[in-house]
Design a protein. Sequence first.
Lengths: 411, 82
Amino acid sequence: MEDLYALSVSDLNCYIRELMDTDEVLCDVWVRGEISSCKVHTSGHLYFTLKDESSQINCVMWRSSVPQIRFPLEQGVRVLAHGRVSVYERQGTYQLYADRLEPEGRGALFEAFEKLKQRLAAEGLFDEERKRPLPKVPRRVALVTSPTGAAVHDMVRILRQRHPGLDIVVVPTLVQGDEAAPSICASLAAAVQVPNVDVIILGRGGGAVEDLWAFNDERVARAIYISPVPIVSAVGHETDYTIADFVADVRAPTPTAAAAMVAPDAVQLRLRVMELQDSLQRVVTGVVDRYRRELALLTQRPILQRPAALVDARRMALQALRERLVRAVGEPLRAKKEKLGALAARLDVLSPLAVLSRGYGVFRRADNGATISSVDAVKVGESGNLMLKDGLLLCRVDAKEEKDWSVHLRS
Amino acid sequence: MERPPEELSFEEALEELERLVAELEQGDASLEASLQMFEKGVMLSRRCLEILDDASGRIQKLLQGPDGTPVLQPADDEFGAG
């Protein structure tokens, strides 16, 4: 074998590619199969494998074609893929370059929907406990919807009727077609940035199941999931259920119903406020009455009825004390006074003045005042003072004569 | 948390009002505290009614501004007619 006849690997792969690229069947083909693995590369291109019971083929879909996929790409979903088969020369492998992907019939579409629903449910996106209650009176409502449909006008009309004080922000959004899902995601992200938006209605009017498909998009589901503001989903008619309905905090059967849910029931709320106002009045009146009764009871107590009693008792106690004091001090004083009187009387009796008044006199020596009670106490020629009741007589002894008076006294 | 009633949302004012009435109904507040609660309750209920009576809602449209940032634009005529 000559070298001359050998092809390079590149030449061979190039040759095969040219063969395939010019084949009428391979350059425009529909393939039926089941998706077995599926990955969107960071570049945006979609890589997946199609298989049936006995065979499989690698597929790639360029980024530009991906947005028109109208159903969730889940493992096991049966699809129809359109494109061309060619060689990836670097690897020497052939693959299907897909430009369209359709679910294989309604059944497959439903299956894909169910599969996505199950996966998101398992992830917790539908959990009841994370659903938030709607505000009773929102300050501002954002309507993420088409600005041209009937739905937006219906919603605005109902909201205005129910509560003219409500601020409404319409966030114009594509709700069908290839760009709907990213548009909804962008609108939701923008709506939560608007100040005072307390609730969002994500809605569109009725349409064919395919028209509502954006609301089954996983990206939309996740955008709803991460919204910090409660979202009411209102997609299509009452019988239409979308993935968005399951993730949203509240599902409304129609956009009109959503508006009615979001607008406050002013009549009901006013009634409640009035009720509370009444309770407030009644309770506080009760409290005041209770204190008033307590006060009345207190004022009826004797001590407050006759406050003088308080002073009277004290006055009486004071009086008793005073009497005791007087007694305590006065008694010994009187005794002493009486004693003094008695003493004075006795003194009176003993007083020489009394004797003098009866005509007796006291003779006392002139030199030393000593009382002369015996003739022996004085000599003739000496002098003395005779004390009478009203004065003194200056006397000199001329003579002495002794006498015994006792006989006279005895007789 | 002591914000003036006029800054409270309806929910906040209603919740506070319900709390006040419940506390008053307990009946163990002093007379002075009871009267203060009453006064506050009256202001809160006024706030609630004021929100319900408000009729100054606007309709706006959220648009992309020239620099890509969202801009609110009046849209009463576009959506509010009728």
